[in-house]
Design a protein. Structure first.
Length: 338
């Protein structure tokens, strides 16, 4: 099969091209899935560079040679009843090795694609149940509240914006530069897009008539700025540190006290492992919003074939992407509309 094989860590993953390797044979408790779509993300760049925590020699599992990629959708090839799945079922999920024509996974690494959804949509949205959970379960956003999202163009941020809008909130989306902000104003259903430069915090305060925002969903690591924009009794959810380059910020605790602010960290994967029932409810709620069309993927560019993965990684590294890149790896017969 064709696959993006990392035979050694590389500083520039955009040069990676597919090579031919043996199609994997599933162990007894695994499924073979033919991949129809995969979705490159920033973590894939770090994996290929050897800079991700998953490359840690003590606790990690990503060491060359390995097949790159994480989020995918595909079709089960194995005759099985494991995980309530059968041969021919369309599935989506996440596992190292997704930039390939086939992958072997444990049944609990995938979910069935609902009939209403296409494999492309499922693949684009597979990594963002965290966004749904952070808005609905963690921040508990309600209709009429004002929600600010950092890294709003990103995979997580864009879905945070969509979920908050679906709940009836007013959404302020933060962007890195004016070119991206223009695209976001055109393509995203949000109330205000601000570029984080000059006096952007004044823009937030003007928009909220001096009150500040009720909720900040922070994907980039900007708690100090979030506190400046926050209303009294406001909530900040820490989701990620995309802008911090590994250097964490110091936060003055008196700023939290002065605004009676709530600061919550949220680690989706570990939360799901500790609270499987809650995870199931999150997925049910998230997929329900997708099935009714309240959440639709924002797809960036057109990418066909594993040959285009390098181009996708380049666009991600250059911060050109808004929404999600989905690479079409193979055709799938489906009648799904969304
Ligand atoms: N809490 C959890 O359970 C969980 C789960 C998955 C991921 N995460 C983390 O959440 C964060 C967002 O993930 P994502 O998948 O949405 O990432 P993404 O698609 O790469 O988006 C990140 C956004 O952050 C902004 N950004 C600002 N400075 C950046 C920089 N120096 N490099 C790259 N992007 C920068 C970018 O927007 P502009 O260019 O417009 O600034 C970009 O759109 C990451 O830190 C990720 O590790 C957390």
């Amino acid at each position: 099969m064709k696959a993006i094989l990392v035979s050694e860590f590389t500083p520039n993953p955009s040069i990676l091209r597919p090579s031919f390797i043996p199609t994997p044979t599933p162990q007894a408790d695994h499924l073979l899935v033919r991949i129809t779509h995969c979705s490159p993300q920033h973590a894939d760049i770090l994996h290929a560079q050897g800079k991700h925590q998953n490359n840690n020699t003590k606790r990690g599992w990503c060491f060359p040679p390995f097949v790159l990629g994480y989020d995918f959708a595909g079709v089960v090839q194995t005759n099985t009843t494991k995980g309530g799945l059968k041969k021919g079922d369309r599935v989506f999920g996440a596992a190292i090795g997704a930039f390939a024509e086939f992958i072997c996974v444990r049944p609990d690494a995938v979910r069935k694609v609902p009939d209403e959804l296409s494999n492309e949509t499922a693949c684009a949205m597979s990594g963002q149940a965290v966004s749904y959970a952070s808005v609905v379960n963690i921040a508990k956003v309600t209709s009429g509240e004002t929600v600010m999202v950092s890294g709003a163009s990103g995979g997580l941020g864009s879905v945070c914006c969509m979920v908050a809008k679906a709940l009836g909130a007013r959404v302020v989306a933060l962007a890195g530069d004016e070119e991206k902000a223009e695209a976001m104003r055109r393509d995203m259903d949000v109330d205000l897009v601000l570029v984080m430069q000059d006096d952007w915090i004044k823009g937030v305060m003007d928009f909220t008539t001096g009150e500040g925002v009720d909720v900040v969903l922070d994907n980039t690591g900007m708690v100090n700025d979030a506190l400046r924009c926050l209303a009294y009794f406001g909530r900040i959810v820490i989701l990620g540190f995309a802008a911090r380059k590994g250097v964490m910020e110091d936060v003055k605790m008196n700023k939290l006290l002065l605004k009676s602010a709530t600061l919550i960290g949220y680690r989706f994967g570990e939360s799901g492992r500790r609270e499987p029932d809650s995870l199931q409810r999150i997925w049910t709620g998230y997929l329900a919003m997708m099935k009714t069309g309240q959440l639709k993927p924002m797809l960036y560019g057109e990418y066909r074939g594993l040959e285009s993965v390098g181009r996708a990684l380049k666009a991600l590294a250059e911060r050109k992407v808004y929404g999600k890149i989905v690479v079409k790896v193979a055709d799938v017969h489906e009648v799904a509309k969304l």
